[in-house]
Design a protein around this ligand. Sequence first.
Ligand SMILES: [Zn+2]
Length: 299
Amino acid sequence: MRTKSVKLLQLEILNQRTMLSDEDRKNLNKYQIGHVGELQFDSVVEMLACPVVHLKDYRFQLDGYGARDKKVGNEPAEVQIDNIIITDDQLYTFEIKNYQYDMEYYADGPWRFAGGKEIVNPMNQVDSHRNVLTSLMKDFNMQFNLSANLVFIHPEQTIYNLPNHPNIYTRSNLNKRLKYLSKPNRYDYSRFVEMLDTRRIFKSAYHSDANVTFEELAGGVFCADCANSRLRRMHRDKFVCDECGEFSTQVDILKQLVKELQTLNSSWQLSSNKIAKYSGNTFSSATVRRYRHKNLIEY
Ligand SMILES: [Zn+2]
């Protein structure tokens, strides 16, 4: 399972319940495309004949990293790595870029949009991951062959001048190269994964509450999976999404509504009245309270 980022979830909810600005719409599109690219990578990994250790969206705190050897640390305090894969007793990281636009690769200078402006070298992020992971391995007293990689997963993207770079994968060579490097691990890494989990953070310091007030949100009940589909009530406890055909019960929807409100703003005090209003009065506050008393929803 790969979960959507908080920013993506917030924008999806806001897209259903407010008018997005052009900037927000652009970001929503960007995050959605990014998420789709990550899911595509996951399915390639799942298709590998050989089981690998695969950690997704590994976000961790840098414990004193940067402060140890330097007077002034310039590294970020937390890092997120899209994929950590252990196979053949080696550790790989893969950052997924689902860019549709064409680019030009330069070995000794900044990359460019095809025929255009310079872009920040995508390898910088990958290099920084190698450094922070090396430091984390030291903390854990682990030794690994470590390889940090970039995957350009969009099938229609062209990167001009790209040599056969050991750390840059493209859609056309991804399957073949992953197959080639995936071999059974000789050692068990469950203890190591536990150690990584102790450093894992689920709520990023960079995640902030959405910049919206409760009053600005349109009420209603929407499908969690479809962009703008309101749920239709079939009878008292059965709703359907006409777009994907998924059925939900009142409890399913109430849980979803609470989750959405908490995703938008973790400091909002929720009440049965507020949730009823957010549901567009699909549910009365008495109904919300009843489900809470039965411990079927929590807020
Ligand atoms: Zn749906």
